[in-house]
Write a protein that binds this ligand. Sequence first.
Ligand code: SAM
Length: 353
Amino acid sequence: MATPHPLDTAAELDFVLALRRRWADRLYSALRAEYDDATASAPPENRAAAGEAAQTLSIYPWFAWMERGSQKMLWRAVESAVADIAPIQPPHAPAGSLTLDPDLAMPSWYTDWDIHVQPGGVWQSDMSAHTYELGAKLVMLGGNDDYTFHRAFVDTCLGPLHGQKVTRLVDLGCGFGKSTWPMKRAFPDAEVIGIDLAAPCLRMAHQKSEALGLAIDYRQADCRKTELAAGSADLVASTMLLHEVPRPVLEATIAEAARLLKPGGLLRMLDFQFTGDPFRDHHIACHGARNNEPFMPGAMSADTVAMCEAAGLKNAGWRAFDERGAGRLDALAWPERTEWHFPWAVLEAEKAS
Ligand SMILES: C[S@@+](CC[C@H](N)C(=O)[O-])C[C@H]1O[C@@H](n2cnc3c(N)ncnc32)[C@H](O)[C@@H]1O
């Protein structure tokens, strides 16, 4: 196949981004308006009833098709944009480290389908990491090019530390490092460790961290079994990990995070929660299905607070999070918005002293 001209690639990326924005903004609000009209006399009381009502609406097939169709188009555009990109090179004289485990078995729930509809997932080759990196910007509707919400997470969620000095911070499911960089910037003297299953993402994370002057240690491991010492971390954090794993893995990940924490140490996990609005919650659950994130509804309805308590953590609870910049909100309640967006929330807990 002939390599596309860079202008064609840029036009393709712009087109897909515009299409996705239109889906999130115009199509979702039009669907909501049609739904509100149709159900005004008897508003559905739960997700299932809201789903039944939504599926009878004229806009629904367009909305549902566009959700998955535009995501597939996105990956096609991204794959051609990164087709000629250079392989990931190990940095010269790194200040941080990279520890890969060639014997680590990839769990079948991780490899059996292509997460986010990304062909081949994020773990198979260098190209997977390049594709994921560029795709992540478009998946967030172009609103995360400068990683605003990762910074907001660090600035508004990683405390208060009750005078405890942070000597070790662990980022579970660190991907290609975009969640880990602001953690290292906020705690420059701490040992910052990023854990992920995907070797290509870790190689990219390591290369980019060194280029950014951030000495971070990346390790390939399953979040359920990090092999780090018990009671060695002041902070254990994750962003967008919990909804990607089956419920038993979610529970084991929380238990492992609790094991890693020192007494008084903090757990902070940025993910998603149901909002109590049946229409919105139905469409988030459907997003899980249409976007190949099959564990999303199960993770969002799991009793993660009870899991924290069973793991020896206290003061567990969720707070809403505004990814546009404000970050952590004081309650599990979100500002009114008309466009489709994720119901961001933070799971907070601390290790009993
Ligand atoms: C949506 S990405 C989030 C990456 C990063 N935290 C961010 O915010 O950009 C989820 C990451 O979790 C990793 N992951 C999923 N399950 C895992 C597990 N059991 N152990 C380690 N990493 C896991 C995936 O490989 C992926 O890189």
